[in-house]
Design a protein around this ligand. Structure first.
Ligand code: ADP
Ligand code: ZN
Ligand code: ZN
Length: 749
């Protein structure tokens, strides 16, 4: 089928099931594949691939989706005779899955080596969407009244309230009419009012595509034109929108959205790294399109989830902005996808189905036959290589909008200008903050460490306080008066005496976290209005939005934050950014440490000087000659990324080669290790395939589970999924040991 036909192909012409026929139903469970069911006579003409059904499964009822025949035609094991199959129980009243979504599920499953059911589960993550939709009883006036209706003044008042024809609920009518609810119901019983049970899920308001965006600059409109053209034409087309911070990337892809929404019933998806942080984005969207978009992420409640899921499936939801899980929504007619801040590490899902949402968004666009824009000021190396190879069309924005210019960058050599003992800000940084405050401007300090101190140590015996179930130190959180494990969530009160030697007043906090920095800043600048932004202090989207408003409105002078302050905000009066520890991300050095640190620091620097006032950035570093710091100072990110690319290519590292991680875990260390040894013994020996491990993971224990890692490194041409699947299946793990496969790993912990 051509891309064009796929794009329009929302009609389904698949053959209907025959009487008594068998169908495959995929269940949202980690099974080997779909299960066979019998089609009962009365449902025969309504069952075809994509239809959502309820089926019996070991004494329970489960929701599943009628799945297309295995495309490879291979029989999946022995088939039960038709007479032995359980019948499909009923059809769920939701629109059937589109073919492109089913192909996407199969694709993600094959690529990540997760079961199809585990992927389907992500598509069905709105359980209440499949039950009865709650309704509210409304009453409306009828054109003609029944003969002989007895009228009273109370009844007259009710009829008057309802005279506009609008259906209302009894309490509302009663209040407006100044009568009791009973009068309304009495009139309905007498046949004088229409009774309407209206779904509590109201339709979403439709975006207004007649509103105009700002007048675009030359390079902005060239980029916007390219995107509009691709959207208008339809069909798969990937773009890299590579523009410096503040260059108007959002305005540019909004134009793509506007174009996509011109056509009737089309839908667009915008993926953002952290939906809780998008308050400013949502405001801009509303200003541009007149309505709020549909928001999708893991924290929305059941009712909103049901409403959104059903509206996406019916096509009523036109614009969805969401976290990575929004990729698995059952769009009816997807016409355009944008992945904003495509380099962001949070697009990689590290639990369950381990997938990278940016990569899967490109696949989703390919299956749906629509354009996709990957936007970033610091594109990932993977995306840059795709662009180099001509797979993605590159759209460049080289200038900040209006008079804004990129901030001036300076390194603070911490060896030459060290902070006083027990403090973390160099005298140079302190002076810069003073100047900024004196000018009535705002400063931001960035330190990617939550809590007060990353380590608590006993001065007497040297004991370090560790998590009881992880091989990790507990982090002191002074605001909350507790020690926390950042891996399993364990917390305990800060002890008064050392747990080992019982010395009192012997425990000391080592190293800084944002809370400790806050203490220092408050001490140095007692009159400044200072606030800390971390995921601890901003638990909800509305809390975040409130802080963001305060900063933007000039009600705060100094903001201290972790990586969450780096993401996309626009604060016009913010002119100084201080990076407290520019070397932090470089320690521990995994494959992407340099790239990630570079991206993060460019993003945080990008918060400075976004409006008329020029900004400056200070990078506190003990190693200012490091290539990452040098690249930031010289502004020559291209040269830095070219060097990174060269190094990766030389060692056949992704994307020039492939990596797959195996994470083995279990309650007994010896069993985990033994399973690793068995895998090593059976490791495939092949040209271009290199397997290392088992080795204890850097985080050797999480939640009481011992962890070992193995790493498969192959040349690009190797079909790594097949190789790993066959290999892992050849070994029977020891009892209690789990083997997790991570294709394209981002975490090496
Ligand atoms: P980016 O996404 O590249 O960081 P934004 O789209 O957020 O950049 O743009 C930065 C700021 O400049 C925003 O406040 C945006 O509204 C404004 N802006 C960008 N382009 C224009 C334009 N052509 N006309 C008016 N304002 C613009
Ligand atoms: Zn001690
Ligand atoms: Zn823990």
């Amino acid at each position: 089928m051509s891309q064009q036909a796929l794009n329009l192909g929302i009609e389904d012409t698949s053959p209907r099931a025959e009487d008594g026929a068998r169908v495959q139903v995929l269940l949202p469970l980690p099974l080997a594949g779909p299960l066979d069911y019998r089609v009962p006579d009365d449902l025969a003409d309504r069952i075809y691939p994509g239809v959502v059904v309820e089926v019996p499964l070991s004494g329970r009822k489960t929701i599943g989706v009628v799945w297309p025949e295995n495309p490879s035609g291979k029989a999946t094991g022995k088939k039960l005779p038709i007479g032995k199959l359980k019948p499909v129980a009923r059809i769920i009243d939701v629109p059937p899955f589109q073919k492109n979504l089913m192909r996407f599920v199969d694709w993600v499953s094959a690529y990540t080596l997760s079961s199809q059911g585990a992927v389907l589960r992500m598509c069905l993550s709105a359980p209440s969407a499949f039950g009865d939709i709650p309704v509210k009883r409304h009453y409306a006036r009828l054109d003609t009244l029944p003969d002989g209706l007895r009228m009273t003044s109370a009844r007259e008042a009710v009829m008057k309230v309802l005279s506009d024809g609008k259906p209302r609920m009894a309490p509302e009518v009663a209040e407006l009419a100044g009568v009791s609810d009973g009068v309304v119901r009495g009139l309905a019983d007498a046949g004088a009012l229409a009774v309407l049970d209206i779904s509590v899920d109201q339709p979403y308001p439709q975006p207004d595509t007649t509103l105009k965006g700002p007048t675009l600059s030359g390079e902005q409109s060239a980029a916007a034109e390219a995107i509009r053209g691709a959207v208008w034409e339809g069909g798969f087309k990937p773009f890299l929108l590579d523009g410096i911070t503040g260059s108007g990337k959002t305005e540019v892809y909004f134009e793509g959205l506007a174009e996509a929404l011109q056509e009737k019933g089309t839908q667009v998806l915008v993926l953002v790294p952290e939906i809780a942080l998008t308050s400013q984005w949502l405001e801009r969207f509303e200003a541009r399109f007149g309505v709020e978009p549909v928001v999708w992420h893991s924290e929305i409640g059941q009712a909103e989830r049901r409403r959104a899921w059903r509206a996406v499936a019916s096509g009523d939801a036109r614009v969805v902005v969401g976290a990575r899980s929004a990729l698995f929504l059952p769009f009816r007619k997807l016409a355009f996808i944008t992945v904003d801040e495509e380099h962001d590490p949070s697009f990689k899902q590290e639990e369950g189905v381990m997938y990278h949402a940016r990569d899967m968004a490109v696949v989703r666009a390919m299956q749906a036959g629509c354009p996709v824009v990957l936007a970033s000021a610091t594109p990932s190396l993977e995306t840059q290589v795709n662009a180099d190879e001509g797979k993605y069309q590159v759209l460049k924005l080289r200038e900040r909008h209006g008079v804004a210019v990129l901030p001036e960058m300076k390194a603070v050599d911490m060896r030459a200008e060290p902070p006083e003992s027990g403090t973390w800000l160099s005298p140079l940084t302190v002076r810069a903050i003073e100047e900024t405050l004196a000018a009535g401007e705002q400063a931001m300090l960035f330190l990617n460490r939550r809590g007060y101190a990353p380590l608590t140590l006993c001065r007497t015996c040297g004991h370090r306080i560790e998590c009881p179930s992880c091989s990790a130190w507990l982090v002191e959180h002074r605001f909350r008066q507790e020690l926390q494990c950042h891996h399993c969530g364990h917390n305990e009160p800060i002890p008064e005496a050392c747990p080992t030697c019982e010395s009192k007043e012997s425990l000391v906090a080592c190293g800084p976290g944002v809370e400790r920095l806050f203490e220092e800043v408050n001490h140095r600048f007692p009159n400044a209005r200072t606030s800390v932004m971390t995921s601890d202090t901003m638990m909800s989207a509305s809390q975040t939005a409130a802080v963001v408003k305060e900063i933007a409105g000039g009600h705060l002078d100094i903001v201290i934050g972790t990586q969450i302050v780096t993401k996309g905000y626009h604060f016009p009066n913010l002119t100084l950014v201080g990076v407290v520890d520019a070397d932090l991300g470089l320690r521990g050095g995994d494959l992407r440490a340099g790239e990630r640190t570079y991206q993060q620091l460019v993003q945080v620097a990008g918060r400075a000087g976004r409006a008329e006032k020029p900004g400056r950035v200070l990078l506190q570093s003990y190693e200012p000659e490091h290539p990452v710091v040098e690249a930031l100072l010289s502004g020559d990110g291209d040269a830095f990324m070219a060097a990174e690319k060269e190094a990766r290519s030389r060692y056949h590292m992704p994307p020039f080669g492939k990596l797959v991680a195996l994470i083995l875990s279990g309650p007994e260390m010896s069993d985990v290790l033994e399973t690793g040894r068995m895998l090593a013994a059976k490791a495939p020996v092949e040209h271009g395939v290199d397997i290392v491990g088992p080795a204890p993971a850097p985080l050797a224990r999480i939640r009481g589970q011992h962890r070992f890692r193995m790493l498969v490194h192959t040349k690009k041409a190797v079909k790594v999924q097949k190789l790993v699947r066959d290999w892992v299946l050849s070994v029977k793990p020891k009892p209690g040991v789990r083997i997790k496969v991570d294709i394209d790993p981002y975490s090496f912990m």
